[in-house]
Design a protein around this ligand. Structure first.
Ligand SMILES: [Cu+2]
Length: 156
């Protein structure tokens, strides 16, 4: 019993360290990360605001999530009135500025969900920045038709 407890405490301490180390020197902060409910095997989209407190621009170059086979960076383009998604190699976060990932704009595409995204859950995602390195976020799962963070539950 004592050994089990000690292991649990050490395990929890080790889990906390990378998240803290990744978030602090970054200059990057993330506001309102959210996603929509989606089914297993399908795709999900991740939205958030990326803020850069640093004096140099940074860029989001990749992302990964345990719940998705792969995560791509996408944007939307208006192709003669038809909105289409396409992958982009990176998303720039201007110096002392911010960029929005939102419906009809930049977003994370979670492809090949290994489990459903259920409303009310939080989905851990690792963002990888060119300068800031890895930043951990948790997407709050809103309803399937939600248009913004924290808004999904109020429509029904
Ligand atoms: Cu997409």
């Amino acid at each position: 019993m004592t050994i089990l407890t000690r292991r649990a405490v050490i395990g929890a301490a080790m889990l906390l360290l990378p998240a803290t180390a990744g978030a602090q020197p970054a200059g990057i902060t993330v506001a309102n990360p959210w996603t929509r409910a989606a089914g297993q095997g399908g795709t999900g989209a991740g939205f958030m605001t990326l803020r850069n407190a640093g004096a140099a621009p940074d860029r989001l170059v990749s992302a990964r999530a345990a719940i998705a086979r792969t995560v791509e960076l996408h944007t939307h383009t208006n192709d003669n009135g038809v909105m289409r998604m396409r992958p982009v190699p990176s998303i720039e976060v201007p110096a002392r500025g911010e960029v929005q990932l939102r419906p009809s704009g930049f977003h994370l595409m979670l492809i090949g969900l290994t489990a459903p995204l259920r409303q009310g859950e939080r989905i851990p995602v690792t963002l990888v920045f060119e300068r800031a390195g890895e930043v951990q976020v948790e997407l709050a799962v809103e309803s399937a038709g939600a248009r913004g963070p924290g808004a999904g539950g109020h429509h029904h």
